[in-house]
Design a protein around this ligand. Structure first.
Ligand SMILES: CC(C)(COP(=O)(O)OP(=O)(O)OC[C@H]1O[C@@H](n2cnc3c(N)ncnc32)[C@H](O)[C@@H]1OP(=O)(O)O)[C@@H](O)C(=O)NCCC(=O)NCCS
Length: 310
């Protein structure tokens, strides 16, 4: 199966059509008093990328915390899972946020909040009938593309916007084998799902028109050895890298630096993107070093807590 029919500019949809059904009847949006209709998206057929943790603007462009069910993770774990996103300018105090978690009808809530909320963990742990785990810190970096990044030299690989999905899947599985994220930090959740989730994220994102893929392919074999998958927000002239990795067999050859630079150049030239965001676990020293070397700047840190039924 091919991911894309065209150039970097547009990734064609390759997966079956979207199917939706109502589930909880009510979706928690913002404060506990504001509700909207909620629709469940069937796993594997969704174009909804909100649950993919790629929406930096959720944390900076609003002051409203949002608690919403995650259909994808509910399906994945067989538990009623929700996400609570606490933006930087959130006016609710920690006690109110803990009360939202306490009263919400979910088995497991992934809470993401700026690290400046130093008391949130303690307040969440006071929520009745709930257990809390501090599972990771995410660090966001941004790349100002107004100054065009300079090209890097590449000798042993070339760039492709079209690769068979099977080879992208293998590359994701290889680059993220043993990778630790907030799922694997929680013994309630299977560590095996981490890589599967990344494959699923890539597949889901590639259904939409906002995704952009760039793969580095070995010049001799043609096999993909690294990739950067990003998502463009055209109105904001911004983009976010959703998933990126390099085959362990080809690391420290400059593949990633070359891919990131080429991605930045293409996003700017073809989509008018001026700001590129990217995030990882604060423990991912290798990629953070790569970003610093490329000239990206840290912009935000978020703590992730898992709040589950005791
Ligand atoms: C992080 C990753 C993408 C780097 O790919 P790569 O092709 O090896 O990176 P490059 O060769 O272009 O290295 C660029 C710079 O990054 C830094 N870097 C890369 N790997 C590093 C490591 N293991 N330790 C320290 N610094 C590292 C170095 O500064 C390096 O420059 P140098 O080689 O001149 O010292 C790769 O290790 C990987 O796929 N890791 C697993 C998946 C992952 O973490 N993906 C990113 C999630 S956000």
């Amino acid at each position: 199966m091919m991911i894309s029919e065209s150039s970097f500019h547009h990734v064609a949809s390759v997966i079956s059509s979207t199917s939706r059904e109502s589930v909880f009847g009510e979706r928690y949006v913002g404060t506990t008093t504001e509700t909207r209709h909620f629709t469940k998206t069937i796993v594997g057929a969704s174009t909804d990328i909100r649950t993919l943790n790629i929406v930096l603007d959720e944390y900076v462009a609003t002051d409203v915390p949002r608690l919403e069910a995650s259909a994808r993770e509910t399906e994945r774990f067989g538990l009623r899972v929700a996400r609570l996103m606490v933006p930087v300018g959130c006016r609710h105090d920690d006690h109110e946020l803990a009360a939202m978690c306490e009263s919400a009808p979910f088995d497991l809530i992934f809470v993401r909040a700026p690290i400046e909320r130093a008391g949130l963990g303690a307040e969440l742990s006071r929520a009745a009938g709930r257990e809390i785990r501090a599972v990771e810190t995410l660090v966001y970096f941004e790349w100002d593309l107004a100054q065009s990044p300079s090209a890097t030299q590449q000798q042993s690989f070339r760039f492709e916007a079209v690769v068979p999905f099977a080879s992208l899947r293998s590359l994701i599985e290889e680059s993220f084998a043993g990778y630790k994220n907030h799922y694997s930090a929680n013994p309630l959740l299977s560590a095996a799902v981490t890589v599967d989730a990344y494959v699923e994220w890539a597949q889901t994102l590639l259904q939409g028109t906002s995704s952009r893929l760039l793969a580095a392919c070995d010049k001799s074999s043609g096999d993909p050895i690294g990739f950067v998958l990003s998502s463009v927000v055209s109105d904001a002239r911004s983009a976010e890298v959703v998933l990126n990795g390099v085959s362990p067999k080809r690391q420290r050859e400059g593949v990633y630096a070359g891919l990131m630079t080429a991605t930045a150049q293409r996003l700017r030239a073809e989509d008018g993107v001026l700001r590129l965001a990217i995030s990882t676990q604060s423990t991912n020293f290798a990629v953070i070093e790569a970003w610093k070397k490329l000239g990206l700047r840290e912009s935000l840190r978020l703590n992730t807590f898992h709040v589950s039924r005791a």
